[in-house]
Ligand binder design. Structure first.
Ligand SMILES: [Zn+2]
Ligand SMILES: [Zn+2]
Length: 379
């Protein structure tokens, strides 16, 4: 059982912001036992992001009714120096930090994009306004999400909430999406523990689908679909952990091998700004799922971790949730998104979600609880 909240040491979070000469904003987070003095920790941006670096625009897909994120400067990428960019002395030249969040050197979305040329379709192009951030979890190069301490994952949950709030200060941001691509098979070539965040100026298709499904369910059944899904899973054999405020399960509708959802059960918990108790449980669950996935085949599981706070236009029917979308279905056998998946969007699922849950249940660890609480930044 976790230690009662009132007996845990409190850490106070602080943020030091700087603006680099290339226009990028860097936020360095630290955590201390004493509340930081209310010093000016936020440097007001004096330089806007460079907008001439290359193409940054959204192009409308008229048949699918959504936007593509188009960047045209990959060929301009300087060759990165050898060595890890996030380590001391590395290309990003990171200062002392516990966690760091900064504008991606090669962003898909920027705060001040150039105006696009007019395209062939009416309203077919718009500036790629938003944010693309890198979040470095630790100054230590070795390790991965599953080897972080429970305290470190809790600090990350608090940083995500701070990033969400920061990104949503832009009224054009519709949806904030923290995520992590794990392993080279998920397109990640940097092994230093880190994730990313996109702040979208539109609702991406799968997120829009969720909002519309919730609205339709509310109209038809006068109920919250996300509450209903968790009630349904609670009664089944695919639940891996059911706690005070967080549920972990392989959903009946899993699309990826060993797909696992971590969902806050509190109705209307829209943002990543969780209570102390919920933040600790959410962190412990994210860690447990990562560890279970890594121990399935005795090697780090390639795949994606996706966080879904509520998009701005969602109603009260929302539950903060995370989806783990693994890419390996057997040891050494990758799930490929081939013709059916890529061409039609329908997923072929190679194993029953019940079998997936059984395999994950056999390696699902006891929850390792954070031994601290983290006080968020008050500003
Ligand atoms: Zn490194
Ligand atoms: Zn609900």
């Amino acid at each position: 059982m976790p230690t009662p909240l009132h007996r845990l040491p409190v850490e106070y979070m602080s943020r030091q912001s700087t603006q680099r000469t290339d226009g990028r904003r860097f936020d360095f987070y630290s955590f201390a036992a004493k509340a930081p003095r209310p010093a000016a920790t936020t440097a007001k941006p004096s330089v806007r992001l460079p907008s001439a670096a290359g193409l940054r625009e959204l192009r409308w897909h008229p048949l699918l009714g959504t936007w593509n994120l188009v960047t045209g400067d990959r060929h301009l990428r300087p060759t990165m120096p050898d060595g890890c960019p996030f380590c001391p002395g590395g290309a990003e030249d990171l200062a002392d930090f516990a966690l760091a969040a900064f504008d991606n050197r090669f962003p898909a979305l920027v705060s001040d994009p150039p105006a696009p040329d007019s395209g062939p379709f009416p309203a077919g192009r718009r500036p790629a306004r938003g944010r693309s951030e890198v979040i470095v979890y630790s100054p230590v190069h070795e390790g991965r999400f599953a080897t972080l301490s429970p305290d470190a994952v809790l600090r990350l949950v608090r940083v995500w909430a701070d990033r969400q709030r920061h990104a949503e200060e832009d009224p054009e941001v519709e949806f904030v999406f923290p995520f992590e691509n794990r392993g080279e098979d998920a397109g990640n070539t940097l092994t230093h523990p880190h994730g990313q965040l996109f702040a979208f100026p539109f609702l991406p298709p799968r997120v829009l689908d969720k909002v519309q499904a919730l609205t339709a369910f509310r109209e038809r059944h006068h109920d919250c679909l996300m509450c209903a899904v968790q009630r349904m899973e609670a009664a089944g054999a695919r639940m891996l952990y059911s706690g005070q405020q967080v549920n972990v399960y392989v959903p009946d509708f899993a699309r990826f091998p060993f797909e696992t959802h971590v969902s806050v059960s509190t109705h209307g918990q829209r943002s990543l700004a969780l209570s102390d108790a919920a933040a600790r449980e959410f962190a412990a669950c994210l860690l447990a799922v990562s560890q279970a996935l890594d121990s399935l085949f005795g090697e780090p599981m390639p795949g994606m971790m996706c966080l879904f706070p509520a998009p701005r236009q969602a109603g009260e029917d929302w539950h903060l949730h995370a989806e783990f979308l693994p890419l390996m279905r057997k040891a050494g056998r990758l799930k490929r998104l081939a013709a059916v998946e890529s061409g039609t969007g329908a997923m072929v699922v190679d194993e029953s979600p019940e079998e997936m849950a059984k395999a994950l249940g056999a390696v699902f660890p006891e929850l390792a609880w954070p031994e601290i609480t983290v006080h968020p930044i008050d500003d």
